[in-house]
Design a protein around this ligand. Structure first.
Ligand code: SF4
Ligand code: ZN
Length: 307
């Protein structure tokens, strides 16, 4: 019968195949928190006195991030931000959860409602952008999270991406040769344009999706119980199956692959490429862009111009 690797208890609940590790619940929770803490320290994600904005969506990953960071750094200047995109039922359900968890953690909460911009994501669904609604949604989220973090004088914007997310992104970018996206895929992406492009950090980048899920369950962290109605699932399921198949023959694939990306490929790629070079201020909103008008302002113009 397996014993907990750390305390020797026979109440083993968790088996982590990639590390051949069996743990009891208590030791797993400590193991998870130690891992997140070591990532934060290794990449100097929260230098002393830094104000940190956390993007919260009501999903398990961002709620786990919020809970773990607050537990590890109770005195940190932490501001959760929630974007209500106006997706019928779903957005309000998520907002309620975010309100609940921030209340429990006694954190201030910044809520932004997209309808204040004159449109919602449900409106986007009625236009020709319907077929690419997740692309438009991603653009809106990235823009507003960065802008709100900047306006609230945060020097870091933390997101709940875990190792599985990053490996899936990386595979996709490498397959399509998307060099710019490959260069942005790292635990800490530094700031630019005098802080207008807020530094992005991913404190969960070394924990797997399964570990995230277990941590949420064992810590009784609430998270959303319904899916976004626009999540069609086909592409997601295909990537999920591909990952499952790889992991059956190579359980440590995600760890090895992402380490190679960070330690072997990135340093060489970065030498020949300067990401920030082409940035300037959007002539409409003043936020960073490589074009005259940023992608968000162009999208907004198309959606709100009724002529
Ligand atoms: Fe946005 Fe929903 Fe698509 Fe997620 S699934 S990117 S919330 S539209
Ligand atoms: Zn703009």
């Amino acid at each position: 019968m397996a014993k907990c690797r750390f305390c020797g208890s026979r109440d083993v609940e968790v088996h982590l195949e990639y590390a051949r590790l069996s743990l009891c619940v208590e030791c797993f929770l400590k193991f998870f928190e130690r891992k997140v803490d070591s990532t934060i320290r290794k990449y100097r994600m929260f230098p002393k006195g830094t104000r940190v904005a956390i993007a919260v969506s009501g999903g398990k990953d961002s709620n786990v991030l919020l809970y773990a960071v607050k537990k590890l750094y109770p005195a940190l200047d932490l501001i959760p931000i929630y974007l209500n995109l106006g997706i019928k039922e779903y957005s309000d359900h998520c907002e309620e959860l975010v309100r609940e968890i921030t209340r429990k953690l006694e954190l201030p909460l910044k809520i932004f409602k997209l309808e204040d911009e004159g449109f919602t994501l449900d409106d986007v669904a009625t236009t020709r952008f319907r077929r690419k609604i997740c692309t438009a949604c991603g653009l809106i989220k990235r823009y507003w999270m960065n802008r709100l973090a900047y306006e609230m004088k945060a020097e870091r914007l933390a997101t709940g991406h875990n190792l599985d997310d990053l490996v899936k992104f990386a595979l996709n970018h490498y397959i399509h040769g998307d060099l710019e996206s490959i260069l942005r895929l790292k635990p800490l992406l530094t700031s630019g344009m005098d802080g207008k492009l807020v530094a992005k950090v991913k404190p969960l980048c070394e924990v797997t999706d399964f570990e995230d899920l277990l941590y949420a369950e064992y810590s009784e962290i609430p998270y959303r119980s319904i899916d976004c109605p626009y999540a069609t699932g086909k592409g997601y399921d295909r990537r999920q199956n591909l990952m499952k198949n790889i992991l059956t023959v190579m359980p440590d694939f995600r760890h090895v692959f992402f380490k190679s990306h960070l330690k072997r490929f990135l340093p060489i790629l970065e030498k020949g490429y300067e990401l920030e070079m082409q940035l300037k201020e959007c002539s409409v909103c003043g936020m960073p862009t490589i074009r005259e008008v940023c992608a968000y302002c162009r999208l907004k113009e198309k959606l709100t111009n009724k002529d």
